[in-house]
Design a protein around this ligand. Structure first.
Ligand code: NAD
Length: 467
């Protein structure tokens, strides 16, 4: 029997099957987790559909209060939720606490937004008003790198707009999400939020379910394409937050000693398993050797270990498949460049990899061109910013990117020509709930966060009255 439960129609229930969730630091099971059947998914969608009319008609102030109540509960339970998150995801406890607190803050932020009708024209001939109506049942699908914060990109926005939700965490990281569902279950009317867990087999079913009106998906580009295809039949809305291959462009006026720690954090946070991690860094030839040496020094000094151990700075890769994939990227780095730090697993047990720096490598190597999603950073030598920009833009991905220089005008000029959803200047991978976020090209479709993110959970309705 699992101590974790699904949340369907306001009630906690066992899954029709169970599955183990593995701690990536120990390779031992953390807990047994309920695994929903297709019939349970159907009941979750049916409950959400039944709950929709009343929730949509609930005044927005009441919906706001519910979001604040959820934020309070998550915040009050940060230590327990974070511990679970570390055990299933691997990240250091301190980072898990930050993620869990962040999730509560995102609920609070969305509770502060409004969806007031807008008057487009009020003239002698007509009165035209734009309103935003909820869509219906939203399917929210989340990956394994940031289970709670990425959930909080979607769920509060969908609920505030008046939609009901079926939430599905990733198969390898469902526990903190299920625990959160248990804690908040009485805040919302039955069926408004349903949470199921699967063994990576129900995402497609949720996507093509005829009673789901929108899919908000975060995950890989490959799966994102399947989501779009699956949503086509019922012509449902999709928001896709997909993979990335963010470039950092470091110009010659930068101090390598001062900047290397920021570059290192941007690339290695969460052991590189961040959609907007810096995944390749283009460094001006005048500071290339110094920057490589600094990055290698930082990598060698980093403490890799179990996220529950004091002093751990980087945890393991989240799952075995990703661990093996990243080892493959390291081999590509060894073949196409020179490894100057790391380059191997860190412990005999657990999916640990030492932070790895690869220099003397060029575009065209798999490590530069593809998304490694792990703790290995290729450092590429450039002649100038234009050269780097052309290489950064040559990618199919277009999630984020950054420019590092003291010349702000030059940075802005390059930034406006970078083909990505976000460009940071002298920083990388900064997200906030009020700043819209989304990818260009193969990195996604649509926007999350901010007012624009909220609006994606609505249908525009125009009321045009004759005078
Ligand atoms: P994934 O695509 O394998 O899985 C993501 C989710 O989709 C999981 O919940 C999974 O069960 C579900 N799923 C699997 N098959 C499905 C299908 N056919 N239809 C619908 N859903 C399905 O991704 P992952 O490996 O868990 O996550 C890593 C990827 O996510 C990386 O590429 C990373 O860059 C990306 N990511 C993007 C963002 C962003 O905001 N752009 C954020 C985090 C992660």
């Amino acid at each position: 029997m699992s101590e974790f439960k699904l949340l369907i129609d306001g009630k906690l229930e066992a899954g029709d099957a169970v599955m183990d969730v593995i701690n990536p630091a120990t390779e031992e099971p953390v807990a047994q987790c309920p695994r929903a059947s297709k019939a349970q998914l159907d009941r979750a969608v049916a409950a959400a559909k039944r709950a929709f009319p009343a929730w949509a008609a609930t005044p927005i102030d009441e919906r706001r209060k519910a979001l604040v109540a959820i934020a309070d509960i998550i915040q009050a339970n940060v230590p327990d939720l974070a511990r679970l998150l570390t055990q299933e995801q691997g990240k250091p406890l301190q980072d898990a606490m930050g993620e869990t607190f962040g999730a509560s803050a995102f609920f609070r932020y969305f509770a502060s937004l409004d969806l007031a009708p807008k008057t487009i024209e009020d003239s002698e001939t007509r009165k035209v008003q734009l309103r935003r109506r909820p869509l219906g049942v939203v399917g929210a699908i989340v990956p394994w790198n940031f289970p709670l914060i990425l959930m909080a990109f979607k769920v509060p926005a969908a609920l505030l707009a008046g939609n009901t939700v079926v939430l599905k965490p990733a198969a390898t990281t469902p526990l903190a999400t299920l625990k959160m569902a248990e804690l908040i279950k009485d805040v919302l009317p039955p069926g408004v939020l349903n949470v199921i867990a699967d063994a990576n087999d129900l995402g497609g079913e949720l996507t093509k379910h005829p009673d789901v009106r929108k899919i908000s998906f975060t995950g890989s580009t490959e799966t994102g394409k399947k989501v779009m295809a699956g949503a086509a039949e019922a012509l449902k809305r999709v928001t896709l937050e997909l993979g990335g291959n963010d470039a950092g462009i470091v110009l010659g006026d930068v101090d390598p000693v001062a900047t290397a720690p920021q570059i290192f954090n941007a690339a290695f946070q969460n052991s590189g398993q961040v959609c907007i991690a810096m995944k390749r860094v283009y460094v001006h030839e005048s500071i290339y050797d110094a920057m490589c040496a600094e990055l290698a020094k930082l990598a060698d000094a980093t403490v890799v270990g179990d996220g529950l151990e004091q002093g751990t700075q980087l945890g393991p890769l989240q799952n075995k498949a990703q661990f093996e994939k990243v080892l493959g990227f390291i081999e590509a780095g060894r073949k196409d460049g020179k490894i100057i730090a790391g380059g191997e697993r860190a412990r005999d047990k657990g999916y640990f990899i030492k932070p790895t720096i690869v220099r003397d490598i060029e575009d065209g190597s798999k490590l530069v061109d593809e998304e490694q999603f792990g703790p290995v950073l290729p450092v590429i030598k450039i002649k100038d910013g234009e050269d780097a920009l052309a290489r950064a833009n040559a990618s199919n991905y277009g999630l984020g990117g950054s420019i590092w220089t003291g010349d702000v005008d030059k940075a802005f000029d390059l930034a406006t020509r970078m083909d990505t959803g976000t460009v940071w200047i002298n920083k990388h991978a900064e997200l906030a709930p009020n700043i819209p976020f989304g990818g260009a090209k193969f990195s996604g479709l649509g926007t999350e966060l901010g007012e624009e993110g909220l609006e994606e959970f609505t249908q525009v309705q125009v009321i045009n009255a004759a005078r």
